[in-house]
Ligand binder design. Sequence first.
Ligand code: ZN
Ligand code: ZN
Length: 136
Amino acid sequence: MNKNHEEYLLLTEKLETIEWALEGSCDDIDCDKYMYKDLLKNKYKPVLEHNFSCVKKLKVEKNAIMRLLSMKKFIKYRYKKCGVCRNLVDSLGSSYLIVSFTKLLDNNHTQWNGIGVHKMCSKKVKIPKGWKKSLL
Ligand SMILES: [Zn+2]
Ligand SMILES: [Zn+2]
């Protein structure tokens, strides 16, 4: 794997953490929306309120990461071919959707498979034989 790709994966991982945090699973241990607070029940006393402290910081961080991810060297990792219409789709944009399927194997394990498509194209995804559409 080359350096650009590694950097891209690192940034998108960070972006994902920020998005989870914005949705209410904060990774700031001082925050009342800290994602592991249930595990820390007894001694846990958050001092910050998510809406007033973290959200602003998270949005600033997200913007900074999105700016980095807009660099030319990341284009080929960021834009993927839509599984339906074959045109490029921005995998970090709001029009991107992963349609996923699951299949129950003989050993009772579930196999997962997903294709990235435009939101608009998602209704046209053909479900392969033997697979079921999954909500994940
Ligand atoms: Zn927070
Ligand atoms: Zn498409």
